[in-house]
Design a protein around this ligand. Structure first.
Ligand code: GUN
Length: 290
């Protein structure tokens, strides 16, 4: 069997097109959705991600502002800027690009962002809401994974989903989200042994570790759906995921490529969360104007 490719780039493009129309409608009603992106330092990967996010906003008509601090910025200066953005009416979503330099507590930063503007879905209030099955902002990568499975008509309910990686950004929220979608979930991590004993049981295998070549054909069940969240640069500078793509695609039923798989979906879900934040803000404003 050769797997069907899940083309995140195309699915995301279609979603941006639909969003462009939705943003146009909002603008015609006098409301412009806005996103503030905060970048600290000169990390090339972070700079590239942030540039992509700003470009996406332009494409769909979302107002965006980039606030760029030097690597040496104090925690207080960053928190003060976030408090200012919390109050700013033209900004509906705030994203602080991670990782942050050592002098700054990521948890303090995340908890300073207003939960209503937390388009990353990292605030404990949003994570707690997701944990208890309430509506919340959902972290963009897990949300993008669910969305791409929907796009290729994969039913999630009843599937055994095995996730490798327990980060706060991907693994843990993905486990919750799949659970909320009625999957049976196994969450694996660096101390899981033997890893392949678990991965081989997956109907849907999500790999989010950051080790190129971690998962080979021998580690999956025939016909599995394989979602590769890894973003690794190999020796010649080319992007590669955590999955040995060429051999795994011969055994899986669906597979996501790197690049062009999960990455574009993560980006588009940020836009979707920003529109959700803006819509909520506008509804509240109109309610109070009545
Ligand atoms: N760094 C890597 N991924 C992410 C993300 O989804 N959001 C933020 N804020 N930083 C990141």
């Amino acid at each position: 069997m050769t797997a069907q490719l899940i083309n995140g780039k195309e699915i995301a493009r279609a979603k941006r097109l639909a969003m462009k129309a939705a943003v146009g409608k909002m603008k015609s009603e006098g409301a412009v959705p806005g996103l503030a992106v905060v970048l600290v330092g000169e990390n090339p990967a972070s700079q590239s991600y942030v540039k992509g996010k700003i470009r996406d906003c332009k494409e769909v008509g979302i107002y965006s502002e980039l606030i760029h601090f030097p690597e040496s910025v104090s925690e207080k200066a960053l928190l003060d800027k976030i408090r200012e953005l919390n109050e700013k009416a033209s900004v509906h979503g705030i994203l602080v690009q991670l990782p942050l330099p050592k002098q700054i507590s990521e948890q303090k930063v995340i908890q300073t962002i207003s939960p209503a503007k937390d388009v990353d879905g990292f605030h404990p209030i949003n994570l707690g809401r997701m944990m208890t099955g309430q509506s919340s902002f959902v972290p963009c990568t897990p949300a993008g994974i669910i969305e791409m499975l929907h796009a290729v008509n994969v039913q999630i309910a009843g599937k055994h989903v095995v996730i490798v990686g327990r980060s706060n950004i991907v693994g843990k929220p993905a486990a919750l989200l799949f659970l909320n979608n009625n999957a049976t979930v196994t969450l694996c991590h660096s101390k899981t042994t033997p890893l392949s004993q678990y991965t081989k049981q997956a109907d849907v295998l999500v790999v989010a570790v950051g080790h190129a070549g971690l998962i080979g054909a021998e580690d999956i069940k025939p016909g599995a759906i394989v979602i590769d969240v890894g973003m690794n640069r190999n020796a010649d500078g080319k992007l590669a995921g955590d999955v040995e793509f060429e051999e795994v695609r011969e055994k899986a039923s669906f597979i996501t490529p790197v690049p062009g798989g999960v990455g574009p979906m993560t980006r588009v879900m940020l836009l979707e969360n920003t529109l959700k934040a803006a819509n909520h803000f506008i509804r509240e404003r109109d309610l109070h104007a009545e």
